[in-house]
Design a protein. Structure first.
Length: 330
C-alpha cells in the first residue's frame, strides 16, 4: 500500500489563495491610466447620492473592506465606492461631509445657480461670491494632498480668494455695463476662475514651501519635492476651472434666450430654479470629468526633481527608479 506524502508547497499555495483578498481594494475598480477609466471611477465617488449616506453606513463600508465571511464582490465594490467618496486617500480620515466631491453637485449647483441669477447689484455680488468662496475653502481643505493645516493657514487663502473674486466681479461688472447684456452673465465665471488661481495655491502654500511627499512604485516614501507640489497644484487649479466652465458658460446663453420668451415673463420666479437645474445637470457630468483630467496619483520623472532629492534617490535606488508618485489632491 502506497502512502501519499503531504506536499507542503501545495498546502502553502492553497493557504495563500484563501488568505488573499479576492479584490485589491487599494486600487480603483477601473484603470487609472486612461481618461475613461478615471471618469468611471470618479463618476462613482462623486455620485451626489453618496453625500446622503449615513455615517453608520460609511463606517460599515470601511469595515467591509476586511471581507467578512459571506461578503460578495458587488458588496465589496459598493463598500469601496462609499469609502473612496468619504475617506481621504492619504490620511484615511473621514472627510468633512460638505467638502467631499459627492457634495459638489447639490451644494455647488445651488450656490452657483443663485450667484448667476443675482449678479447685477453690488450687495448680491458680495454675498454670493463670499458664499461661493466659503464653500470652496472647505472643499480645498478637505481635498488637500495630505497633511492637515492650521486655522492661520486657512484664513489667509480664504480672505485672499474671496477678495480676489469680489474685486474681479465688481471690476468686470463695471466694464461690461456698455456691453451686450449677455456679457454680464459671464462675469461670475471670470470671478470664480480668478479666485481658484488665488485660493488653491494659497490654501496649499505649505506644500509649495516644504514640498509634497513623493513615493516609489511600491508606495514607500522617498522625500519631499517642491516641484511635485507645483505640478500637483497647477493640475488641480486647471481641473477646477474646467470643472465649472460648462456650468457657468452654457446656462447664460440658454437663460438669455429663455428670458426673451413668454414663459419667464409669465413666471419670473422660475429664473432661479431653472438656473440651478441647468448648473446641476452640467456639474453632474463635469465634476467627475474634471477630476479625471489628470490621474489623482500623479507622477514626475526623477530627472525633473530637485538636485538634492535626485542625489538621495540615486544613493538609495541607483538608476532603477525613473519616476516618483504623489497624491495631487482634487
Amino acid at each position: 500500500m502506497s502512502s501519499s506524502k503531504p506536499n507542503l508547497q501545495e498546502d502553502k499555495a492553497v493557504i495563500n489563495i484563501l488568505q488573499k483578498p479576492r479584490i485589491d481594494l487599494s486600487k480603483p475598480r477601473w484603470s487609472q491610466e486612461t481618461f475613461t477609466g478615471r471618469f468611471k471611477h470618479f463618476l462613482q465617488t462623486t455620485d451626489p447620492r453618496n453625500a446622503f449616506v449615513s455615517e453608520k453606513e460609511l463606517d460599515a463600508a470601511k469595515q467591509l473592506g476586511n471581507e467578512p465571511p459571506g461578503t460578495t464582490e458587488e458588496q465589496l465594490w459598493h463598500a469601496k465606492k462609499l469609502y473612496d467618496s468619504a475617506f481621504h486617500p492619504v490620511t484615511g480620515e473621514k472627510m468633512l461631509a460638505i467638502g467631499r466631491m459627492s457634495a459638489q453637485v447639490p451644494c455647488n449647483m445651488t450656490i452657483t445657480g443663485l450667484m448667476m441669477t443675482f449678479y447685477r447689484t453690488t450687495p448680491a455680488v458680495l454675498f454670493w461670491q463670499w458664499a461661493n468662496q466659503s464653500f470652496n475653502a472647505v472643499v480645498n481643505y478637505t481635498n488637500r494632498s495630505g497633511r492637515s493645516v492650521s486655522y492661520k493657514e486657512l484664513a489667509l487663502p480664504y480672505v485672499c480668494g474671496t477678495t480676489g473674486a469680489v474685486l474681479t466681479a465688481l471690476g468686470l461688472n463695471s466694464l461690461v455695463k456698455k456691453a451686450p447684456p449677455v456679457m454680464g452673465r459671464f462675469v461670475p465665471f471670470a470671478a470664480v476662475a480668478a479666485a481658484n488661481c488665488i485660493n488653491i495655491p494659497m490654501m496649499r502654500q505649505s506644500e509649495l514651501k516644504e514640498g509634497i511627499m513623493v513615493q516609489d512604485t511600491d508606495g514607500n516614501d522617498v522625500g519631499k519635492s517642491k516641484k511635485a507640489a507645483r505640478k500637483a497644484i497647477s493640475q488641480v487649479v486647471f481641473s477646477r476651472i474646467i470643472m465649472c466652465a460648462p456650468s457657468m458658460l452654457l446656462p447664460p446663453w440658454f437663460m438669455e434666450r429663455l428670458e426673451k420668451g413668454e414663459f419667464i415673463k409669465r413666471y419670473p420666479f422660475m429664473r432661479g430654479p431653472i438656473q440651478i437645474l441647468l448648473v446641476g445637470i452640467a456639474l453632474t457630468v463635469m465634476t467627475p470629468a474634471g477630476c479625471a483630467i489628470f490621474s489623482q496619483k500623479s507622477s514626475v520623472a526623477v530627472g525633473d526633481l530637485e538636485p538634492e532629492l535626485r542625489a538621495t534617490i540615486a544613493g538609495r535606488y541607483g538608476n532603477k527608479l525613473e519616476r516618483v508618485y504623489f497624491n495631487k489632491g482634487l
